[in-house]
Write a protein of this length. Structure first.
Length: 61
């Protein structure tokens, strides 16, 4: 799970950096950064929820 979360954070940072290079306006940079960070947060929440569900299933066995 730690590796998956790390990968998500790296992907978000890569998207933010790419957005800063590809889009010329400060508004474009901000919009890409916000969208990338929100997507990353949502993905990490999903990973964490899945991991918790798996832990609970293992405890029930």
């Amino acid at each position: 799970m730690h590796e998956a979360s790390h990968s998500v954070r790296k992907a978000v940072n890569d998207m933010v950096n790419a957005g800063h290079h590809l889009f010329g306006t400060p508004e474009g940079h901000e919009r890409i950064e916000q969208a990338a960070r929100k997507a990353g947060e949502d993905l990490e929440k999903g990973i964490n929820a899945w991991a918790e569900s798996a832990r609970q299933a293992l405890r029930r066995r």
